[in-house]
Design a protein around this ligand. Structure first.
Ligand SMILES: Nc1ncnc2c1ncn2[C@@H]1O[C@H](COP(=O)(O)OP(=O)(O)O)[C@@H](O)[C@H]1O
Ligand SMILES: [Mg+2]
Length: 182
């Protein structure tokens, strides 16, 4: 499908994560929607909560071992119930060609589930996302213990949209749980 068409079909949502527990609940909700071949991009600064969210997704999917950040290994593989979850972190890439040099394209073969931190560091080579999630620290003055995050979602495919439907059921506020900007 043409890129422009996909963009037009993209669905966007925003969710406030008022605590780490809220991020873990989001991980559990997302985990229940993952199907083989899905690609999820996780964007946001260091400390935004990308690895925390992935950890919650994997634990909820049934990972009983540790979930280490792949910052140094580039990819950590988690086989869970016959399905491979590939957790990537491209933070340390100096040039996006490192993605090709490392042969990482093979992981995106449509069989496993790819959870990608710092996807922009591998652009334009990395395959497109079904769901793009951007996390940021909530800069609201009430964020006294620094535990509030904002998650912004863009679903690019039908599968991505199904994820959003599960997280934002039709009866919930359709676009945002955030107050309108002042
Ligand atoms: N609501 C929240 N969601 C996610 N992480 C949170 C939240 N509140 C506090 N944290 C903390 O923020 C840090 C996020 O780190 P991490 O998940 O490694 O970030 P990233 O992978 O984006 O660099 C962790 O220390 C986590 O305990
Ligand atoms: Mg991380």
């Amino acid at each position: 499908m043409h890129d422009k068409h996909l963009t037009e079909l993209a669905e966007r949502r925003t969710l406030n994560l008022d605590s780490e527990a809220a991020t873990q609940s989001l991980g559990a909700a997302l985990s229940a929607q993952l199907t083989p071949g899905m690609v999820i991009w996780l964007e946001g600064d260091l400390g935004a909560g990308k690895t925390t969210l992935v950890r919650a997704m994997l634990k909820s999917a049934g990972e009983t071992g540790s979930v280490k950040s792949p910052t140094y290994t580039l990819v950590e593989v988690h086989p869970i119930s016959g399905l491979n979850f590939y957790h990537f972190d491209f933070y340390r890439f100096i040039a996006p060609e490192e993605y090709l040099d490392a042969g990482l394209d093979e992981y995106f073969d449509g069989n496993g589930i790819c959870l990608v931190e710092w996807p922009d560091k591998a652009a334009p080579y990395i395959p497109a996302a079904d769901l793009q999630i951007s996390l940021s620290v909530d800069t609201d003055g009430n964020n006294v213990d620094d535990s509030k995050r904002i998650a912004q979602f863009v679903a690019h495919t039908a599968r991505g949209k199904l994820c959003l439907k599960a997280i934002f059921p039709p009866t919930a506020a359709p676009h945002s749980s955030s107050p309108p900007p002042v």
